[in-house]
Design a protein around this ligand. Structure first.
Ligand code: IGP
Length: 268
Protein backbone atom coordinates (compact mmCIF):
# COMPACT_ATOMS: atom_id res chain seq x y z
CA UNK A 1 0.00 0.00 0.00
CA UNK A 2 1.33 3.45 -0.91
CA UNK A 3 1.97 6.08 1.75
CA UNK A 4 -0.97 8.23 0.62
CA UNK A 5 -3.52 5.43 0.99
CA UNK A 6 -2.08 4.62 4.41
CA UNK A 7 -2.41 8.26 5.48
CA UNK A 8 -5.96 8.47 4.14
CA UNK A 9 -7.02 5.34 5.99
CA UNK A 10 -5.79 6.77 9.30
CA UNK A 11 -7.36 10.13 8.44
CA UNK A 12 -10.80 8.59 7.90
CA UNK A 13 -10.62 7.08 11.38
CA UNK A 14 -9.46 10.35 12.91
CA UNK A 15 -12.33 12.30 11.34
CA UNK A 16 -14.83 9.76 12.70
CA UNK A 17 -13.39 10.18 16.18
CA UNK A 18 -13.42 13.97 15.91
CA UNK A 19 -17.09 13.88 14.88
CA UNK A 20 -17.86 11.85 17.98
CA UNK A 21 -16.02 14.32 20.21
CA UNK A 22 -17.65 17.37 18.63
CA UNK A 23 -20.77 17.10 16.48
CA UNK A 24 -20.78 18.98 13.17
CA UNK A 25 -23.41 21.49 14.32
CA UNK A 26 -21.24 22.65 17.21
CA UNK A 27 -18.15 22.82 15.03
CA UNK A 28 -20.06 24.90 12.48
CA UNK A 29 -20.96 27.37 15.20
CA UNK A 30 -17.31 27.67 16.20
CA UNK A 31 -16.33 28.16 12.56
CA UNK A 32 -18.74 31.10 12.37
CA UNK A 33 -17.25 32.67 15.46
CA UNK A 34 -13.66 32.43 14.21
CA UNK A 35 -11.78 35.65 13.42
CA UNK A 36 -12.28 36.67 9.77
CA UNK A 37 -10.05 34.91 7.25
CA UNK A 38 -7.03 36.77 5.93
CA UNK A 39 -6.88 36.92 2.10
CA UNK A 40 -4.72 34.04 0.84
CA UNK A 41 -5.42 33.43 -2.85
CA UNK A 42 -5.44 37.19 -3.54
CA UNK A 43 -2.00 37.49 -1.96
CA UNK A 44 -0.63 35.02 -4.51
CA UNK A 45 -2.24 36.34 -7.68
CA UNK A 46 0.69 38.63 -8.52
CA UNK A 47 4.36 38.66 -7.55
CA UNK A 48 5.16 40.67 -4.40
CA UNK A 49 7.93 43.27 -4.04
CA UNK A 50 10.75 40.69 -4.19
CA UNK A 51 9.37 39.26 -7.45
CA UNK A 52 8.60 35.94 -5.78
CA UNK A 53 6.01 34.91 -3.18
CA UNK A 54 7.04 32.29 -0.68
CA UNK A 55 4.55 30.31 1.38
CA UNK A 56 6.87 29.34 4.21
CA UNK A 57 6.08 26.09 5.94
CA UNK A 58 6.18 24.88 9.53
CA UNK A 59 6.72 21.12 9.50
CA UNK A 60 8.28 19.05 12.30
CA UNK A 61 8.58 15.73 10.49
CA UNK A 62 7.45 13.92 7.36
CA UNK A 63 7.18 10.34 6.10
CA UNK A 64 9.96 10.99 3.58
CA UNK A 65 12.41 12.74 5.92
CA UNK A 66 11.58 11.58 9.44
CA UNK A 67 12.26 14.31 11.99
CA UNK A 68 13.04 17.55 10.17
CA UNK A 69 13.72 19.65 13.22
CA UNK A 70 13.31 18.66 16.84
CA UNK A 71 12.17 21.37 19.30
CA UNK A 72 10.53 23.51 16.63
CA UNK A 73 8.81 26.58 18.05
CA UNK A 74 6.05 27.61 15.59
CA UNK A 75 5.69 31.26 16.76
CA UNK A 76 9.43 31.97 16.44
CA UNK A 77 9.57 30.39 13.00
CA UNK A 78 6.44 32.25 11.90
CA UNK A 79 7.91 35.50 13.11
CA UNK A 80 11.23 34.91 11.34
CA UNK A 81 9.36 34.07 8.11
CA UNK A 82 7.28 37.23 8.33
CA UNK A 83 10.34 39.41 9.00
CA UNK A 84 12.07 37.93 5.96
CA UNK A 85 9.10 38.79 3.72
CA UNK A 86 7.07 35.58 3.43
CA UNK A 87 3.75 35.97 1.58
CA UNK A 88 1.94 33.37 3.70
CA UNK A 89 2.49 30.49 6.11
CA UNK A 90 1.72 26.82 5.71
CA UNK A 91 1.36 24.77 8.90
CA UNK A 92 1.12 20.98 9.04
CA UNK A 93 -1.69 19.94 11.38
CA UNK A 94 -1.53 16.18 10.77
CA UNK A 95 -0.27 14.48 13.91
CA UNK A 96 0.20 10.83 12.93
CA UNK A 97 2.61 11.31 10.02
CA UNK A 98 3.91 14.89 10.38
CA UNK A 99 3.83 15.49 14.17
CA UNK A 100 1.79 18.65 13.63
CA UNK A 101 -1.27 19.93 15.48
CA UNK A 102 -4.04 22.46 15.61
CA UNK A 103 -2.05 24.26 18.32
CA UNK A 104 0.91 24.64 15.97
CA UNK A 105 -1.33 26.44 13.49
CA UNK A 106 -2.96 28.63 16.11
CA UNK A 107 0.25 29.66 17.84
CA UNK A 108 1.95 30.44 14.52
CA UNK A 109 -1.00 32.46 13.24
CA UNK A 110 -1.30 34.49 16.42
CA UNK A 111 2.36 35.51 16.15
CA UNK A 112 2.00 37.14 12.72
CA UNK A 113 -0.36 38.95 10.36
CA UNK A 114 0.22 36.59 7.42
CA UNK A 115 -2.53 34.33 6.05
CA UNK A 116 -2.12 30.69 7.09
CA UNK A 117 -2.74 27.54 5.06
CA UNK A 118 -3.88 24.44 6.95
CA UNK A 119 -1.73 21.65 5.55
CA UNK A 120 -3.50 18.35 6.08
CA UNK A 121 -5.24 15.59 4.18
CA UNK A 122 -8.78 16.83 3.64
CA UNK A 123 -11.20 14.02 2.79
CA UNK A 124 -14.34 15.24 4.55
CA UNK A 125 -16.16 18.57 4.76
CA UNK A 126 -15.91 18.28 8.55
CA UNK A 127 -12.20 19.14 8.25
CA UNK A 128 -12.99 22.31 6.30
CA UNK A 129 -15.18 23.61 9.13
CA UNK A 130 -12.45 22.49 11.52
CA UNK A 131 -9.90 24.53 9.56
CA UNK A 132 -12.02 27.67 9.78
CA UNK A 133 -12.75 27.06 13.47
CA UNK A 134 -9.03 26.82 14.29
CA UNK A 135 -8.42 30.09 12.48
CA UNK A 136 -6.94 28.84 9.20
CA UNK A 137 -7.27 31.17 6.22
CA UNK A 138 -6.96 28.49 3.53
CA UNK A 139 -6.89 24.72 3.12
CA UNK A 140 -4.95 22.32 0.96
CA UNK A 141 -7.04 20.03 -1.25
CA UNK A 142 -5.10 17.15 -2.78
CA UNK A 143 -6.66 15.97 -6.03
CA UNK A 144 -5.21 12.46 -5.70
CA UNK A 145 -6.82 12.03 -2.28
CA UNK A 146 -10.44 12.73 -3.24
CA UNK A 147 -13.07 12.30 -5.95
CA UNK A 148 -13.76 15.12 -8.43
CA UNK A 149 -17.27 15.51 -6.99
CA UNK A 150 -15.89 15.91 -3.45
CA UNK A 151 -13.36 18.42 -4.75
CA UNK A 152 -16.11 20.48 -6.34
CA UNK A 153 -18.22 20.45 -3.15
CA UNK A 154 -15.19 21.22 -1.00
CA UNK A 155 -14.33 24.24 -3.16
CA UNK A 156 -17.84 25.62 -2.90
CA UNK A 157 -17.84 25.14 0.87
CA UNK A 158 -14.52 27.03 1.03
CA UNK A 159 -16.07 29.89 -0.93
CA UNK A 160 -19.05 29.90 1.41
CA UNK A 161 -16.81 30.07 4.50
CA UNK A 162 -14.46 32.65 2.97
CA UNK A 163 -11.57 30.17 3.06
CA UNK A 164 -8.90 30.11 0.38
CA UNK A 165 -8.01 26.81 -1.30
CA UNK A 166 -4.81 25.47 -2.77
CA UNK A 167 -5.58 22.54 -5.08
CA UNK A 168 -2.63 20.17 -5.33
CA UNK A 169 -1.76 18.13 -8.42
CA UNK A 170 1.21 16.07 -9.54
CA UNK A 171 0.49 15.27 -13.20
CA UNK A 172 -1.47 16.31 -16.29
CA UNK A 173 -4.57 14.29 -15.47
CA UNK A 174 -4.88 15.70 -11.97
CA UNK A 175 -4.36 19.19 -13.34
CA UNK A 176 -7.24 18.65 -15.76
CA UNK A 177 -9.47 17.66 -12.82
CA UNK A 178 -8.39 20.71 -10.80
CA UNK A 179 -9.21 23.03 -13.70
CA UNK A 180 -12.54 21.33 -14.43
CA UNK A 181 -13.48 21.99 -10.76
CA UNK A 182 -12.52 25.69 -11.06
CA UNK A 183 -9.59 25.60 -8.65
CA UNK A 184 -8.73 29.22 -7.77
CA UNK A 185 -5.07 28.35 -7.14
CA UNK A 186 -3.18 25.28 -8.32
CA UNK A 187 -0.24 23.78 -6.44
CA UNK A 188 2.09 21.46 -8.30
CA UNK A 189 3.75 19.04 -5.91
CA UNK A 190 7.20 18.32 -7.29
CA UNK A 191 7.43 15.35 -4.93
CA UNK A 192 6.37 12.00 -6.34
CA UNK A 193 4.53 10.37 -3.43
CA UNK A 194 5.37 6.90 -4.74
CA UNK A 195 9.14 7.41 -4.71
CA UNK A 196 9.51 10.62 -2.59
CA UNK A 197 11.79 12.01 -5.30
CA UNK A 198 11.43 15.70 -6.09
CA UNK A 199 11.93 17.29 -9.50
CA UNK A 200 11.13 20.97 -10.03
CA UNK A 201 10.68 20.24 -13.75
CA UNK A 202 7.22 18.90 -12.81
CA UNK A 203 6.07 22.47 -12.06
CA UNK A 204 7.66 23.80 -15.23
CA UNK A 205 6.00 21.11 -17.37
CA UNK A 206 2.52 21.68 -15.91
CA UNK A 207 2.83 25.48 -15.95
CA UNK A 208 2.54 25.43 -19.75
CA UNK A 209 -0.91 23.78 -19.48
CA UNK A 210 -2.39 26.30 -17.05
CA UNK A 211 -4.60 29.21 -18.16
CA UNK A 212 -2.85 32.54 -17.55
CA UNK A 213 -5.41 33.72 -14.96
CA UNK A 214 -4.88 30.74 -12.63
CA UNK A 215 -1.83 31.24 -10.43
CA UNK A 216 0.46 28.28 -9.82
CA UNK A 217 2.38 27.41 -6.66
CA UNK A 218 5.50 25.28 -7.09
CA UNK A 219 5.64 22.93 -4.08
CA UNK A 220 8.42 20.82 -2.56
CA UNK A 221 12.09 20.33 -3.23
CA UNK A 222 12.95 24.04 -3.46
CA UNK A 223 16.19 24.57 -1.60
CA UNK A 224 18.25 27.25 -3.29
CA UNK A 225 18.07 30.63 -4.97
CA UNK A 226 19.00 28.79 -8.17
CA UNK A 227 15.80 26.67 -7.92
CA UNK A 228 13.76 29.86 -7.46
CA UNK A 229 15.42 31.52 -10.45
CA UNK A 230 14.85 28.50 -12.69
CA UNK A 231 11.15 28.55 -11.80
CA UNK A 232 10.88 32.36 -12.17
CA UNK A 233 12.26 32.01 -15.70
CA UNK A 234 9.39 29.63 -16.45
CA UNK A 235 6.89 32.29 -15.30
CA UNK A 236 6.24 30.73 -11.87
CA UNK A 237 6.31 33.21 -8.98
CA UNK A 238 4.74 31.33 -6.04
CA UNK A 239 6.77 28.83 -4.02
CA UNK A 240 5.86 26.58 -1.11
CA UNK A 241 9.00 25.82 0.85
CA UNK A 242 9.30 23.62 3.92
CA UNK A 243 12.34 21.48 4.69
CA UNK A 244 15.08 23.87 3.58
CA UNK A 245 13.65 26.72 5.70
CA UNK A 246 12.74 24.63 8.74
CA UNK A 247 16.20 23.08 8.86
CA UNK A 248 18.16 26.27 8.34
CA UNK A 249 20.04 27.47 11.44
CA UNK A 250 18.71 30.97 10.64
CA UNK A 251 15.31 30.66 8.91
CA UNK A 252 14.99 34.42 8.37
CA UNK A 253 18.27 34.56 6.52
CA UNK A 254 17.46 31.37 4.58
CA UNK A 255 14.19 32.85 3.32
CA UNK A 256 15.92 36.10 2.40
CA UNK A 257 18.40 34.20 0.28
CA UNK A 258 15.61 32.36 -1.54
CA UNK A 259 13.94 35.73 -2.20
CA UNK A 260 17.23 37.25 -3.29
CA UNK A 261 16.95 39.95 -0.62
CA UNK A 262 19.66 38.77 1.78
CA UNK A 263 21.85 41.70 2.83
CA UNK A 264 25.27 41.46 1.18
CA UNK A 265 28.38 41.93 3.26
CA UNK A 266 30.03 45.16 2.29
CA UNK A 267 33.41 46.69 2.91
CA UNK A 268 35.26 43.44 3.36
O1 IGP B 1 9.66 20.29 2.52
P1 IGP B 1 9.59 20.69 1.11
O2 IGP B 1 10.25 19.75 0.15
O3 IGP B 1 10.05 22.11 0.90
O4 IGP B 1 8.03 20.67 0.71
C1 IGP B 1 7.08 21.57 1.27
C2 IGP B 1 5.66 21.14 0.89
O5 IGP B 1 5.53 21.26 -0.51
C3 IGP B 1 5.36 19.70 1.35
O6 IGP B 1 5.39 19.73 2.73
C4 IGP B 1 4.00 19.18 0.88
C5 IGP B 1 3.44 19.38 -0.33
N1 IGP B 1 2.22 18.79 -0.42
C6 IGP B 1 1.98 18.16 0.75
C7 IGP B 1 0.86 17.45 1.17
C8 IGP B 1 0.86 16.97 2.46
C9 IGP B 1 1.94 17.16 3.31
C10 IGP B 1 3.06 17.88 2.90
C11 IGP B 1 3.08 18.39 1.62
Amino acid sequence: MGILSKILEVKRREVQEARRREPLSRLQRRAQEAPPARPFVERLSAPGPAGANVIAEIKRASPSKGTIRSHLDPPSHAWAYQRAGAAALSVLTDRSFFQGSEQDLQSARTAVSLPVLRKDFVIDEYQIYEARAMGADAVLLIVRAVSPSFLRDALSLCRELGLGALVEVHDERELETALACDAPLVGVNNRDLATFRTDIQTSIRLKTLLPAHTPLVAESGIGSRQDVETLLEAGIFNFLVGTSLVRAPDPERALQSLLGTAPTRQGI
